[in-house]
Design a binder for this molecule. Structure first.
Ligand code: SF4
Length: 392
């Protein structure tokens, strides 16, 4: 099963922490939309037979799109690709850009999942993050979505804000849970290079929270959401049973996906050239539109993935999400992880950082705290095993 991603690169205001590609002026919206539809059509030449099971409008702020426009894009996708009848169709929504009529029209256009960028239920925190909406608007938007028939709603939250206390974070989680969403994504604030937030940190205007406090908040989040009936199925993602994001799960399972719009990435495991390839679009609306006008795919770069890279990604993505399926790793790549990394796995299990059940190696809550470090250790154990085999 495969996925489609559409990057809508416009925001009413650029948040201080964000490094996704988007622009504040809507002047080039029409030009962009026309190019986007043409980019989709360019893929008709490749006669892709695979069925697509998820469509995700991300950004940027896709909820700036008029329902009619969204409808037209979905129509264009359906005439170019085979879309499953029960496809998951998600729109990321900024609470400051939606009203009841728009949400109802999205639903009628075929959108069946909304992901609200709420981030916090404290107005002072929203102000710090320079979000365009209030806490009240966020709550009203989620309730309106449910009211017009959405029964698959995600709330995005950010923790570990400068000066945030565990108590204030707990209040955010509590208010999110009270709105009864099917899914919650809780990310820690990352200071991304080149953002206004990074400049503020460099100028010592704000200080990131100590890592111990961030770890405490993360552990609290896992326990709190589990007790509220959510399954923790990826580092930052929690879902009620049956409501995991199929789109993101496809990314984490190494499924095929095509991305459209400036800066969008794609991955295909059996290209017409017989390789596994990742490619990405130019990160500029002008550059994107110009290439499309010349009937070229708007590529900025691409890479052919080696078997070794794919194994490393499978380990990293597996650990981040629902665990590494050892059967799959063996059948797809011929890697017997239990043999190649035996002592590492034994040690991690003894330290209660991983568990091994049903041929799946999973992180424990304690392990999730060290996800990146454990991935590195696991990957280097395999490389060492590989090197020692070669030198025999
Ligand atoms: S609304 Fe979302 S995409 Fe736009 S700047 Fe803020 S965080 Fe980034």
């Amino acid at each position: 099963m495969a996925s489609l991603y559409l990057h809508i690169p416009f925001c009413e205001h650029k948040c201080i922490y964000c490094d996704f590609y988007s622009v504040e002026s809507l002047d080039s919206m029409d030009r962009f939309l026309s190019a986007l539809k043409q980019e989709i059509e360019l893929y008709a030449d490749y006669s892709i037979k695979e069925e697509f099971e998820t469509i995700f409008f991300g950004g940027g702020t896709p909820s700036l799109l008029k329902p009619k426009t969204l409808h037209e894009i979905l129509d264009r996708l359906s005439t170019t690709f085979t879309i499953r009848r029960d496809a998951e169709v998600t729109v990321e929504a900024n609470p400051g850009t939606v009203d009841r009529a728009k949400l109802r029209s999205y639903r009628e256009a075929g959108v069946n999942r909304l992901s609200f960028g709420v981030q916090s239920f404290h107005d002072d925190e929203l102000k710090f993050l320079t979000r365009i909406h209030s806490s009240e608007q966020a709550k009203v938007s989620v309730l309106m979505a449910k009211d017009v028939g959405f029964n698959n709603v995600n709330i995005d939250l950010i923790f570990s804000l400068p000066n945030q206390t565990l108590q204030r974070w707990e209040e955010n989680l509590r208010q999110a849970v009270e709105l009864e969403p099917q899914h919650i994504s809780a990310y820690s604030l990352i200071v991304e290079k080149g953002t206004p937030l990074a400049d503020m940190v460099a100028a010592k205007l704000v200080s990131p929270l100590p890592v111990e406090t961030e770890a405490e908040m993360y552990e609290f989040t896992m326990a709190y959401l589990r007790s509220a009936g959510f399954q923790h199925y990826e580092v930052s993602n929690y879902a009620k049973p049956g409501f995991r994001s199929r789109h993101n799960s496809n990314y984490w399972n190494h499924s095929n996906y095509l991305g459209f719009g400036p800066s969008a990435h794609s991955f295909w495991s059996a290209t017409p050239l017989g390789d596994r390839r990742r490619w990405w679009n130019v990160r500029s609306i002008d550059g994107y539109c110009e290439k499309i006008l010349n009937r070229q795919l708007p590529l900025a770069g691409q890479e052919v993935l080696t078997e070794e890279q794919l194994v490393e990604e499978a380990i990293m993505l597996g650990l981040r999400s629902d665990g590494i399926d050892l059967y799959r790793l063996s059948s797809e790549f011929g890697v017997d992880l239990l043999t190649a990394a035996r002592s590492t796995i034994e040690q991690l299990t003894a330290e209660h950082l991983t568990t091994l059940n049903d041929h799946t190696l999973r992180l424990t809550d304690k392990g999730y705290l060290l996800c990146d470090e454990i991935s590195e250790v696991m990957i280097s154990s395999i490389s060492l095993a590989h090197t020692s085999c070669e030198s025999v």
